[in-house]
Design a protein around this ligand. Structure first.
Ligand SMILES: [Zn+2]
Length: 304
């Protein structure tokens, strides 16, 4: 698998549309060639290699037909650079920056940005093992920002002006992050049971809403209220390092994430966080496949 250590490597490799098409063909036909119209496996290739014809339904197609790449008329090379920028930049990239970098209108860049982010959505399987659970609060008015900096303890956490996001980090595994409706005990417990297998060990701070977790899982607490942050193995520092990354991106790149789209931004940061130790070439291939196959978010629905 090709490695891309720098943007120079990347652009040097995907130097024209033909190379991009060839690369995408390897991804799309990784389990064998097929017709996107009827699924038949026998296809003919026209000379030049850009067009195909199905041996059964006789319809013509290109490697982009039936994917977002075929629908959008944006060159594959621009899609690839956009995917690279969004997966390689720790803080993400705004559609304004993206438009400047790849030379599209802002509307086109916004569409691409959202499609790529949509493809980063988190899997649904349950985490298992030692899990750090922690929440953070996003948005709200500037004068309420100090809430996030208050010492965590038994004091209620404000979700009237801010949106709460719950993080569940499996040690030596993946992070799951979910926008939650509130941080009431029952809400928190519902999300834990959905996302974490029974039998897992849970670490949290001493926020009140975590106080009944012991009914479901073995549960250890660090008492932030008493200025205790680590006790041996017991801490939620790794989950907190993810929040720090997320908030830097939030402030530095996106400035504002509407509540409606917040889960997608959370997904984007979680994807990068979970991919941080994986080879860049594998991550890029995975993203190209996801973007191509993820067809649920239509341009029209998004711009309405
Ligand atoms: Zn066919």
């Amino acid at each position: 698998m090709k490695q891309f250590k720098t943007l120079i490597d990347f652009v040097g490799y995907f130097k024209n549309e033909a190379v991009c098409l060839k690369y995408f063909e390897q991804i799309r036909f990784r389990d064998g060639e097929y017709c996107p119209h009827c699924g038949h496996s026998g296809i003919y290739r026209f000379s030049g290699g850009k067009r195909f014809r199905c041996a059964k339904c006789r319809k013509d197609f290109t490697i982009k037909t039936g994917t977002i790449f075929g629908e959008s008329k944006i060159p594959l090379q621009k899609w690839f650079v956009a995917i690279y920028l969004l997966t390689a930049n720790k803080k993400g990239i705004s559609s304004i920056q993206l438009a400047e970098q790849i030379g599209t209108t802002q509307k086109t860049a916004w569409f691409m940005d959202h499609r790529i982010r949509k493809a980063m959505s988190q899997s649904k399987g349950q985490l298992f093992g030692t899990i750090e659970v922690d929440e953070t609060y996003v948005g709200g008015k500037e004068r309420n920002k100090h809430y996030a900096k208050r010492v965590k303890g038994t004091q209620g956490r404000n979700v009237r002006t801010k949106t709460a996001v719950m993080g569940m980090l499996q040690r030596d595994g993946n992070l799951r992050a979910k926008v939650v409706e509130d941080v009431k005990m029952r809400t928190i417990e519902k999300h834990l049971v959905e996302n974490i297998k029974l039998g897992s060990q849970i670490y949290t701070d001493d926020f009140l809403s975590y106080s009944r977790i012991g009914n479901f899982y073995p549960h250890q607490v660090v008492k932030h209220g008493k200025r205790e942050y680590v006790r041996g193995e017991i801490h939620s520092n790794s989950a907190e390092s993810f929040w720090a990354l997320f908030k830097r991106g939030y402030q530095g790149t996106y400035h504002h994430m509407s509540r409606k789209h917040l889960q997608r931004y959370v997904d984007e940061f979680a994807y990068r966080f979970n991919a941080r130790k994986t080879d860049s070439g594998l991550v890029f291939g995975d993203m190209v496949r996801r973007v191509a196959e993820n067809d649920t978010l239509k341009y029209k629905a998004l711009t309405k």
